[in-house]
Design a protein around this ligand. Structure first.
Ligand SMILES: Cc1cc2nc3c(=O)[nH]c(=O)nc-3n(C[C@H](O)[C@H](O)[C@H](O)COP(=O)(O)OP(=O)(O)OC[C@H]3O[C@@H](n4cnc5c(N)ncnc54)[C@H](O)[C@@H]3O)c2cc1C
Ligand SMILES: NC(=O)c1ccc[n+]([C@@H]2O[C@H](COP(=O)([O-])OP(=O)(O)OC[C@H]3O[C@@H](n4cnc5c(N)ncnc54)[C@H](O)[C@@H]3O)[C@@H](O)[C@H]2O)c1
Length: 449
């Protein structure tokens, strides 16, 4: 039996933030992960996705400039070479992260963790006793109940594909499906997306989502709403997917079927009940300080807990700081989720920060909603992009920025300006008045208000 002040389950964004801060304060700390160190974001999520997207972005930009001074001959994505470029980054992450832990004096374990009682974990052959434990185990694809669901490829495996199949079907119309569908279409695949709900990406502004869907269909992607996948089976080398589309049963053929139907906290293997930890599909049950409501030695952060913030990397980082502070100095800090931005890295990107228009109106706020169709703006025309818009919500009287919703080539970066404004309580007039370098995407901000 080995004993530690703190055992952290996971080695991703949340785990790393907690482990390093507690170790810096002199605690004995162990980190446990069953997969190579680094977690989802740098190995299987945000970063590799954005590296692969870079190839798609270049192909799309060149196509938009054909006839505008750029001649493209044999323009295409060389998928294996793009994968190699991605691996040049991802392969360095696990050894780098492990060295960082070891240099800091953090003990590292490579095995699955499972609770034995309120203060003990089984980790492979080892038993670890902890004074405190942080669950930062992330999320995994939601288990789907239909027959053949085990035939679906996860986003993890999609990002390792050596060859890109010709026909790809995505189940779900959320972040994962939209981002990977845009990438696959630029790489030459024939893409279908089935979304069970009436509208995809419900966390984003519906007017901008409609524009993104139009752009998506313009790429040749077959997008279906009210389309619920109900069964998958093998058919020759590929698959047949049965779905209820607008109430009628339809069959789709594909060479690859990808799971984009949601992710849930990865708690199933932890035997939480042995440690008296309450939790389920919505993650570890925690109080306002991110401490387990039923085992006070245990805290949770990141995708493993749905405490009010969306399951995103900046939220995992923010919650890690809160958990470390509360572990080290007692329960004082609560997470502040206001002004956390989010972007869907389609091409063009879709982004959001603050309230949706519908949420602001439901709260009875008196607001001005400025919608700008940016297609004819200089910053967009110069890129050849055909779909771009902004919607900014400002409270009347206080001039407070309530929300900003963007679609366009620079949406993923521009949204951060609005996020800073919201978190720093800047007013719309402050943003209107600041001089920005010209001509840049940021120099449009004043005109969006
Ligand atoms: C395809 C994809 C793209 C994404 N893109 C973005 C993006 O662009 N921007 C953004 O903000 N967010 C993005 N996300 C979400 C983001 O990756 C996560 O919110 C973030 O990585 C969560 O970090 P975490 O530390 O909570 O968990 P993770 O980084 O997932 O780490 C959890 C770790 O715990 C380990 N673990 C789990 N159970 C056990 C166990 N029983 N024993 C031992 N180890 C265990 C896992 O192996 C894993 O390594 C994306 C997610 C996906 C899937
Ligand atoms: N850019 C980013 O920040 C980014 C990128 C990828 C993933 N993520 C994170 O990962 C999480 C999971 O992403 P996701 O795209 O898997 O989930 P999601 O929750 O964004 O979307 C899932 C969609 O699948 C649909 N669906 C569910 N079952 C279905 C079925 N049987 N048939 C058809 N449609 C079905 C739902 O209606 C929903 O719209 C996100 O919530 C996000 O936090 C973030």
């Amino acid at each position: 039996m080995q004993e530690f002040d703190l055992v952290v389950i996971g080695s991703g964004t949340a785990a790393t933030g907690i482990a390093t801060r507690c170790r810096e304060a002199g605690w004995s700390v162990a980190v446990v992960d069953r997969l190579p160190y680094g977690g989802t974001c740098p190995l299987r999520g945000c970063d590799p996705k954005k590296m692969l997207r870079r190839g798609a972005e270049i192909v799309d930009a060149v196509r938009r400039f054909e006839g505008k001074g750029v001649v493209a001959r044999d323009l295409r994505i060389d998928w294996p070479a793009l994968m190699e470029f991605k691996r040049g980054f991802t392969e360095t992450v696990p050894p780098g992260r492990e060295k960082r832990f070891e240099d800091a004096g953090i003990a590292t374990f490579h095995a699955s963790a499972r609770f034995l009682d309120r203060t003990t974990l089984q980790v492979g052959e080892e038993r670890l006793r902890f004074r405190r434990c942080a669950i930062a185990a992330g999320a995994e694809p939601r288990r789907l109940a239909f027959s053949g669901a085990e035939l679906l490829t996860t986003s993890d495996r999609f990002m390792e594909l050596e060859r890109l199949p010709r026909r790809i079907l995505f189940v779900g119309g959320g972040y994962v499906s939209f981002e990977l569908a845009h990438l696959a279409a630029r790489a030459g695949a024939q893409v279908t997306v089935l979304n069970s709900g009436p509208r995809p990406l419900p966390a984003f502004d519906p007017d901008l989502v409609d524009m993104l869907v139009e752009r998506t269909c313009g790429l040749g992607i077959a997008f279906h709403s009210n389309a619920e996948a109900e069964a998958v089976e093998r058919a020759g080398e590929g698959f047949e997917v049965k779905a209820s589309v607008e109430g009628a049963t339809r069959t789709f053929e594909a060479d690859l079927v990808v799971h984009g139907a949601g992710r849930v906290p990865a708690l199933a293997d932890l035997a939480l009940e042995k440690a008296g930890i309450e939790g389920g599909e919505t993650g570890v049950a925690v109080n306002a300080f991110l401490q387990s409501t039923s085992n006070e030695a245990v805290y949770a952060a990141g995708d493993a807990v749905l405490a009010g913030g969306p399951p995103l990397t900046p939220v995992a980082g923010l919650e890690a700081k809160v958990v470390a502070a509360n572990l080290l100095a007692g329960n004082r800090e609560k997470p502040d989720y206001s002004g956390v931005p989010s972007a869907v890295f389609t091409i063009p990107a879709l982004a959001r920060v603050g309230l949706l228009e519908s949420e602001a109106r439901e709260q009875g706020l008196d607001l001005t909603c400025t919608f700008s169709d940016m297609r004819d703006w200089f910053s967009i025309r110069r890129t050849g992009e055909t779909h771009a818009a902004a919607k900014v919500l400002v409270e009347k009287g206080t001039d407070r920025i309530l929300g900003a919703h963007l679609l366009g080539p620079d949406a993923g970066d521009l949204v951060n300006i609005f996020a800073i404004a919201i978190r720093s309580s800047l007013r719309a007039c402050d943003l209107r008045d600041y001089p920005s370098a010209y001509p840049t995407a940021a120099s449009d901000v004043g005109s969006m208000l």
